[in-house]
Design a protein around this ligand. Structure first.
Ligand code: COA
Length: 377
């Protein structure tokens, strides 16, 4: 029996796993494009709702299309009773990412039945999910704090309404715009782990809710979306600029990973990180609290000098959200709040040209052998 095949590098590194027209990454040049548009152009000129349309339709919307999507998202912000009840039940028992995963599972109970792969039905489901993510995350957070969840406000933008539901205060327009741009930056990133998990689930012809639940579970880990929470926990533990270097020395001495650094695809600086670094620096000035930015900048320089490794998207998003007054435990859910756009886009693409995703393993186990009855072992 010859079953051994050439094993790829671990973690499917360098493997092209399918075609896609959604997110393009060039890790050597540090380039990211959504449907052909540079991420910097989208960050400067677009907004989250427009980006959602772009990712789902592969073209920028005209005015009427944008307005239609905005209105549909507005109409879907409130939570069905079943989801609210589930959140109340799990609030004290589940962390934010776990509660989001549970709530999305519960959302399928409240949806009308429909063809699993039907594009129109899935666009409608995508709108439901995208609109309700902010309400779920904010409601869970407030329930955890022993506060009453706030009703979504229809006079606020997608980003502004989320910050309002979380804090009870309407954000400053500049902060609202910055947060909206953070959502644009995190919306899509090719065949990253959570998106790939969503596609694998969709490829079995399981429904969109199942695919998004898989994706949320996958985003949670600290090697993926969980890193932004871990970055802020690290900065809080360091506590001061003077402590950055000894803290880093201790991690590197034990061969540990520094959260917010390194990337499977980017060999140079992640273009999103440059924008987020600027946000963190600007907020440090506005809030008159330079510490978190200065610590981050020092750690960035030390890691580059010692290991030659650049920051990734999670590094400066951590201090940016912290300056906005958001608790670190929520950062990965904010990633999900944005990445839902990319996940839905990829599930639509997968259903549009589906084939079961089913790779093979390189055999490293026992040689063929006869079964040994229990009494002879
Ligand atoms: N801190 C310290 N060393 C790191 C590192 C980090 N954050 N990221 C990579 N390295 C080092 C590894 O130790 C390894 O060194 P070695 O070859 O001497 O053993 C080398 O760089 C390659 O790392 P590896 O983990 O094999 O790369 P990967 O492509 O499998 O992993 C990540 C990519 C993102 C998972 C990895 O960089 C990481 O764990 N980063 C921290 C978590 C994080 O920020 N995740 C968010 C990603 S957007």
């Amino acid at each position: 029996m010859s079953v051994s095949k050439a094993a790829p590098k671990g973690g499917l590194e360098g493997i092209v796993a399918g075609d896609s027209a959604i997110g393009y990454l060039d890790g050597e040049k540090g380039e990211l494009r959504y449907c052909g548009y540079l991420i910097k152009d989208l960050a400067d000129h677009s907004n989250f709702v427009e980006t959602v349309w772009l990712l789902w339709h592969l073209e920028l919307p005209n005015k009427a299309q944008l307005e239609e999507l905005r209105t549909s998202l507005l109409a879907e912000r409130a939570l069905p009773g079943i989801v609210y009840d589930v959140l109340k039940t799990v609030a004290q028992h589940q962390e934010p990412m776990d509660a989001l995963r549970t709530a999305v599972s519960a959302m399928s109970a409240d949806d009308v039945p429909g063809e699993v792969t039907d594009r129109r039905s899935n666009l409608r489901r995508g709108i439901r999910l995208t609109a309700k993510f902010p309400t779920i995350i904010a409601a869970h957070e407030r329930l955890r704090q022993g506060k009453k969840p706030l009703e979504p406000r229809s006079d606020l933008s997608h980003a502004g309404n989320f910050l309002y539901m979380l804090t009870g205060e309407v954000p400053h327009p500049e902060e609202e715009r910055m947060f909206d741009t953070c959502l644009v930056l995190h919306a899509e990133h090719g065949f990253n782990a959570s998106t790939f998990a969503a596609r694998v689930t969709a490829a079995t012809l399981a429904d969109l809710y199942a695919a998004i639940t898989s994706a949320i579970g996958t985003l949670k880990g600290p090697l993926h979306g969980g890193a932004n929470t871990a970055v802020m926990q690290m900065l809080l533990e360091m506590g001061s600029v003077a402590n950055v270097e000894p803290y880093l020395d201790r991690i590197l001495a034990r061969g540990g990973k520094v959260m917010g650094f390194g990337h499977r695809v980017y060999k140079v600086m992640d273009p999103r990180a440059l924008i987020l670094k600027d946000f963190s620096q600007r907020l440090a000035k506005v809030k008159n609290e330079p510490r978190w930015y200065e610590m981050s900048a020092k750690l960035e320089a030390l890691m580059k000098a010692r290991k030659g490794i650049d920051v990734n998207v999670d590094f400066f998003s951590a201090s940016t959200y912290y300056y906005m007054g958001i608790r670190p435990e929520l950062y990965t859910t904010i990633f999900a709040l944005s990445r839902i756009a990319g996940w839905v886009a990829h599930v639509l693409e997968q259903y549009g040209n589906n084939r079961l995703i089913r790779p093979e393993a390189n055999w490293i186990g026992a040689a063929p052998r006869p079964y040994v009855p229990l009494g002879q072992r």
